[in-house]
Write a protein that binds this ligand. Structure first.
Ligand code: TXA
Ligand code: MG
Length: 345
């Protein structure tokens, strides 16, 4: 399959381009498209054969359910017959936006989308290109992040191409995504409601609607398919968690030890600390106080290090508040141990 790329200007969307993409979705093909979080790999959510192609293209196990993207609240009522007031309050507060709601599924949703579960994950993305594509396709669009399974999510069209060239019919390129980490997933089918994945909507915001919602508990694997190792670059990742000024010394020590052994080292640092690592290849996540910018840069940095052939990435931690919770979750998952052989540079 040849993968086409078409540029779309988010501020002046060319409907001809959207129609080309929508025709692919309608005829059971795959289109990668931008959302405000990361790029998604989309197919007609109501066409099981089309959805099967998503799993194949990503090498994704069939037990990892997909998020269904909608552009109209009416579609929520087609996907679930159990939409209560609290759901509508959350929809009012956060949609379109980076919040995915897990609800009891209706018969309309094919079981391949939900990996056989009786629940379905739904969100309305806050991106004009995504919304136009869904409307023009006249169907909800199932879309995981548009990366190969286990790789960092794509925040640019180039990232999608790097992973899925020849595996997707079309990539709509609207530049870099804004949020940079995936949506928050909230399960409304269990009481108390549970955050299954921290993401673009933070705990403090959720508490304006559900005051007693518990913080995400990363020690339990709650969502199906959320295997510990996820979001991983090819390099080994070591996350050095904050502990006063010791953090910088520890990172320098680790980096020197690996460098002496002949490994290519990369360091992920906050803006304030970058000069402390001048002997090494450093990439800046962002200022410690601007966690939104840090989130937007995270996956790009992991992929850049891979392209440079970096073998060991040593990362500073960020404060676990706001989007910092999602950033630390992704870094911890990237770090999760795996059997691997490091080859020296
Ligand atoms: O921001 C995002 O959420 C992006 C963009 C493209 O919308 N999508 C995304 O999808 O991150 P994906 O497939 O990479 O992650 C979706 C995760 C699954 O791995 C699973 O853990 C959870 O959503 N999920 C999906 N359906 C579920 C369900 N019925 N119950 C519980 N968790 C579910
Ligand atoms: Mg993903």
């Amino acid at each position: 399959m040849k993968t086409d790329i078409l540029r779309v200007d988010s501020f002046g969307i060319d409907q001809v381009t959207i129609r080309i993409a929508a025709d692919i979705i309608k005829s059971g093909g795959l289109v990668a498209f931008p959302t405000e979080t990361v790029y998604g790999l989309g197919a007609d959510a109501l066409n099981p054969e089309a959805v099967a192609k998503i799993f194949e293209a990503k090498n994704r196990p069939l037990n990892d359910p997909l998020i269904v993207h909608i552009a109209d609240i009416q579609d929520l009522l087609r996907l679930s017959n159990e939409v209560y007031k609290i759901t509508l309050d959350l929809v009012d507060a956060f949609w379109p936006g980076p919040l995915t709601l897990v609800l009891k599924k209706s018969q309309t949703v094919p079981s391949i989308v939900t990996a056989g579960l009786e629940t379905v994950a739904v969100r309305m993305p806050d991106h004009p290109v995504a919304l136009s594509l869904i409307r023009e396709s006249q169907t909800p669009i199932a879309a995981p992040s548009a990366n190969l399974f286990g790789r960092p999510s794509p925040t640019t069209a180039q990232h999608v191409l790097d992973d899925l060239n020849g595996r997707v019919d079309l990539i709509l390129d609207a530049g870099k995504t804004n949020v940079g980490v995936e949506s928050t997933i909230l399960d409304l089918t269990q009481t108390p409601f549970r955050i299954l994945r921290p993401g673009g909507v933070n705990l403090e915001s959720l508490r304006t609607i559900i005051p007693d919602i518990e913080p995400y508990n990363g020690n339990k694997i709650l969502a199906p398919g959320m295997f510990i190792r996820h979001y991983s670059p090819k390099a080994k990742v070591i996350l050095v968690e904050e502990n006063g000024s010791v953090q910088i010394d520890k990172i320098k020590m680790l980096a020197s030890e690996f460098a002496v052994q002949g490994y290519c080292i990369g360091i992920i640092a906050k803006e304030e600390n970058k000069d402390k690592y001048s002997d090494f290849n450093v990439k800046v996540l962002g200022p410690a106080k601007n966690l939104n910018l840090c989130a937007a840069n995270l996956f790009s940095i992991l992929r850049e290090f891979d392209k440079e052939g970096t073998q060991v990435i040593i990362a500073e931690s960020v404060k676990e508040e706001g989007l910092g919770v999602a950033i630390m979750d992704r870094l911890r998952k990237a770090q999760a141990k795996r059997k691997q052989c490091l080859t020296k540079c």
